[in-house]
Ligand binder design. Structure first.
Ligand code: AKB
Length: 320
């Protein structure tokens, strides 16, 4: 990777991945791209930022050409809850955005990273130790765009030799940029509410177990996969990766170890609950471990400690 483009750079993964790539490959070689003309300060202060709509193929081509990009981390996407509210918009942004990226990559010889998700599975799939290769019949529009994206990435590799690679992320927990409209967002929101108000209204049932990961591991996974020896990759796209698995009730108990007066009430959103009920509780990530040495560093205990420390500082609050 010599010159990198990150689309969706203002999003939850994008902000942290852009910074990690700039630290590793040099700020001059990592271009951040997003749809807003007013990105968070860090993105513009530490390197180049371009704004365009990912559905605009010629704008994307121009950026790749101008900066001689050889790798595209394509993160721009609408998440699951937003996609249920705006299905046509989600299909347009998620699918036409991806096809633009793949076509640009084919023309300019770029490698492509595409994040899939636990959302690519549905209720017919085994929810615990979900196999790498298994039935995928998601019921959400977001999930349909993720499965289609996995298949398109495979197609561009087999048909055109584009070096596509990707991961199926579980819910991601982070403290820099907020997630925007996902089903697993509760696992981020809960920390801000705990530190600020000592109370959280959770939109999922307390016993909803989902697969989760802390952002530092998600960033390491993306970079490690893109740097992996291509000859060792049998799957290339859509590797299951996992780190921890918990329910809102279990997360609450862990947070209460630091904030004993923290309380949670439940006000279930039927749309997001139905999505969560159709997603894996824990994926089998043995293919990622075997093919490129994947291993998570954070579990729920170490993630909760770090999240509370970081958010307390961010909000200028005290833990006790
Ligand atoms: C969402 O909840 O939509 C995302 C995901 C798990 O893909 N965080």
């Amino acid at each position: 990777m010599k010159s990198i483009l990150v689309t969706g750079a203002t999003g939850q993964i994008g902000v942290e991945l852009t910074q990690a790539l700039r630290d590793e490959y040099g700020a001059a070689y990592v271009t951040a791209a997003g749809h807003t003309s007013q990105p968070p300060g860090d993105l513009t202060q530490t390197g180049r930022y371009c704004h365009f709509d990912i559905r605009d193929a010629s704008a994307l081509n121009q950026v790749v050409e101008n900066y001689h990009c050889d790798t595209i981390f394509h993160l721009a996407s609408l998440l699951s809850a937003v996609a249920e509210a705006k299905p046509l918009e989600a299909w347009d942004a998620n699918m036409n955005g991806l096809i633009n990226v793949l076509e640009t990559a084919r023309t300019h010889g770029c490698a492509v990273f595409f994040p899939s998700s636990i959302g690519a599975f549905g209720p017919e799939t085994t929810g615990f130790n979900t196999p790498q290769d298994t039935i995928q019949r998601p019921k959400s529009l977001y999930g349909i765009t993720k499965v289609s994206g996995e298949l398109l990435c495979d197609y561009y590799f087999h048909r055109y030799g584009v070096d596509t690679r990707g991961l199926r992320y579980p819910g991601l927990i982070s403290n820099k940029a907020l997630p925007g409209g996902g089903t697993t967002d509760y696992a981020v929101d809960i920390f801000y509410a705990a530190v600020k108000n000592r109370h959280y209204d959770c939109f999922l049932r307390g016993d909803t177990q989902l697969d989760m990961m802390y952002m530092p591991d998600a960033i390491t996974a993306a970079i490690t996969l893109m740097e992996a020896d291509s000859a060792k990759l049998k799957h290339r796209n859509a590797f299951n990766i996992t780190a921890m698995s918990f329910t809102p009730e279990q997360l609450t108990t862990e947070i209460q170890k630091y904030l004993p007066d923290f309380t949670v009430s439940y006000c279930v959103d039927p749309v997001r609950q139905a999505i969560a009920d159709s997603w894996p509780r824990h994926m089998d990530d043995s293919a990622a471990r075997a093919e490129w040495g994947w291993e998570a560093k954070y579990d729920m205990t170490t993630m909760v400690k770090d999240m509370l420390e970081q958010i307390t500082v961010k909000l200028n609050k005290k833990l006790r």
